[in-house]
Design a protein around this ligand. Structure first.
Ligand SMILES: Cc1ncc(COP(=O)(O)O)c(C=O)c1O
Length: 363
């Protein structure tokens, strides 16, 4: 008898792809598109095909240098999305337990389910600034836990976890023979020298990331996994069943982007440093929202003090042409997520409209 694989779908991604767009779009979590025209690209630099291998060496080298690891530890992937899938597929067998933070980025949960894992959760709490609590993780580990999954910065809240705490989490997981997967796609948006990959914190750390969120380069799908060499090789083999080889044009453009990352970083940093105080000021001005200060990253995740977030989102979209992400996609229906990676004028107007919608539901 065969058992059918359960249908797994990410309602969040369906919503994000089909129903999130709006004139004033505060629903995105990354920087909006860095223009191709701003990259020093000549048509002669591009080519369509190259013999397939396990990684395009110039890209492998740059990703390795960026992360201060050996190229053998880098697995290039189609965005952090495929990176997460490959990492989990290499680490998890059906029936294993995977312990995932709550609230979480929905596809992390769905990938673990798709792989046949038993998904367990541990909380990150608003009252603790959504901090990762190693003791909370320890309490939820069992003999069957093979993997602990966290995001740093945290999506949706933007909370940052420092290395000392992650290190402790690594030790706790290690004592149960579990790995720790850290999705660092938003850590890139910290732009500081302390933002070093958690891969360096212990042999049981696996890290995923991409150029998507911090640099506005989503369309390149330049993602990667950092893993110890034997696991990295396993992930390359699994990728043979999925993407096999990436679009070579995207690899070449990713190399150019990485060679010009400082310039792109300037653009991104300026945008975020301009937009963050605007959001902070807005949040501080609202008594109907509870939120921790948006100290870093690209998102905030306020709680609505009273009333229904779904009703707020509907009003906001229908009357005020503005979108935020309803918290139900992060299993916290009293919250919503605001992204600050868009153009400053759009953010200002979107927040002004959000304020009007909040006033309207309160009256
Ligand atoms: C935590 C997290 N990981 C991964 C992704 C997907 O990133 P990418 O575009 O690199 O696939 C997202 C996108 O929202 C995310 O929030």
């Amino acid at each position: 008898m065969t058992t059918a694989r359960p249908e797994i779908r990410s309602e969040y991604l369906e919503w994000a792809k089909l129903r999130s767009s709006a004139k004033f779009n505060l629903a995105t979590s990354g920087l909006d598109g860095f223009p191709l025209a701003n990259l020093p690209v000549k048509i002669e630099d591009l080519e369509i095909s190259i013999g397939g291998s396990y990684g395009y060496p110039p890209l492998q080298e740059r990703l390795a240098r960026k992360n201060d690891v050996s190229p053998d530890c880098i697995v290039a992937a189609n965005g952090t999305s495929m990176a997460n899938h490959l990492a989990m597929a290499a680490l998890v067998e059906p029936g294993d337990e995977v312990l995932i933070e709550q609230p979480a980025y929905d596809p992390l949960l769905r990938v673990a389910e798709y792989l046949g894992a038993t998904v367990r959760r541990f909380p990150r709490r608003l009252e603790d600034g959504f901090a990762l609590d190693p003791r909370e993780i320890e309490r939820h580990l069992t003999a069957r836990t093979r993997l602990v999954v966290v995001t740093n910065l945290h999506n949706p809240s933007g909370a940052r976890t420092l290395d000392s705490r992650l290190h402790l989490i690594g030790e706790i997981a290690q004592s149960r023979n579990a790995h720790v997967l850290v999705d660092e796609v938003y850590l890139e948006a910290c732009f500081d020298s302390q933002a070093r990959s958690a891969f360096h914190l212990g042999s049981n750390f696996i890290v995923t990331s991409s150029l998507t969120k911090a640099f506005g380069l989503s369309g390149l799908r330049c993602g990667w996994i950092i893993a110890p060499k034997p696991l990295a090789e396993r992930m390359w083999r699994i990728n043979d069943l999925f993407g096999v080889i990436p679009a070579h044009v995207a690899e070449l453009l990713s190399v150019i982007a990485l060679d010009n990352l400082q310039q792109i970083e300037e653009y991104a940093r300026t945008r975020l440093e301009t937009n963050r105080p605007i959001l902070q000021q807005f949040l501080a001005s609202r008594r109907d929202l509870f939120a921790m200060p948006a100290a870093q990253g690209t998102t905030a995740f306020p709680q609505l003090a009273s009333g229904h977030v779904d009703a707020l989102c509907q009003l906001l979209r229908e009357k005020y042409e503005t979108a935020v992400v309803p918290g139900r996609f992060f299993e916290m229906p009293n919250h919503f997520r605001i992204g600050i990676g868009g153009k400053t004028e759009m953010l200002e107007e979107g927040l002004r409209r959000l304020g009007k919608a909040l006033d309207e539901i309160a009256s």
